[in-house]
Design a protein around this ligand. Sequence first.
Ligand SMILES: NC(=O)c1ccc[n+]([C@@H]2O[C@H](COP(=O)([O-])OP(=O)(O)OC[C@H]3O[C@@H](n4cnc5c(N)ncnc54)[C@H](OP(=O)(O)O)[C@@H]3O)[C@@H](O)[C@H]2O)c1
Length: 132
Amino acid sequence: MILQDKVALVTGGTSGIGRATAIAYAQQQAKVVVVGRRMDEGEETVRLVQETGKEAIFVQADVTKEADVEAMVDKAVSVFGRLDIAFNNAGTIGENPSLIEQTEAEYDRTMNVNVSFQGYLRPVSLVVRQRG
Ligand SMILES: NC(=O)c1ccc[n+]([C@@H]2O[C@H](COP(=O)([O-])OP(=O)(O)OC[C@H]3O[C@@H](n4cnc5c(N)ncnc54)[C@H](OP(=O)(O)O)[C@@H]3O)[C@@H](O)[C@H]2O)c1
């Protein structure tokens, strides 16, 4: 199994592609850190991962918030002792799917989840840094 002994963090792990990926990582023997804002859905992903026989935890976090992003990485390392993979999957189509009708504020909020430094690059830099 290619992910034996690896620890994978999945943002947006509370549904959809993130949940499916969390389960797929576990099937490849990774331990999984499930991240999202919805607690019940996150705990459901943890339950589905545990059904594969692998360990998982849920960390409630908003990837647009610096403190949440740092805390999710700290929690993963404190529980599992390492972090090898960051699947930065959290995303949204935004409040207003019409590109031409949305406001600048709506556009900025969408991009802040999908491709911002906090939501996209910061988890990767923290994972790399904690590995030394
Ligand atoms: N499905 C497709 O056909 C498709 C196509 C192209 C790209 N994508 C992209 O692939 C990703 C997953 O798509 P999906 O279809 O699986 O969508 P989804 O089921 O709506 O999942 C989106 C995930 O992002 C999380 N999320 C959103 N805002 C967040 C925030 N501020 N902080 C933390 N988590 C946040 C949600 O969790 P909470 O609500 O619990 O926070 C949810 O788990 C998205 O980035 C999407 O744009 C999807």
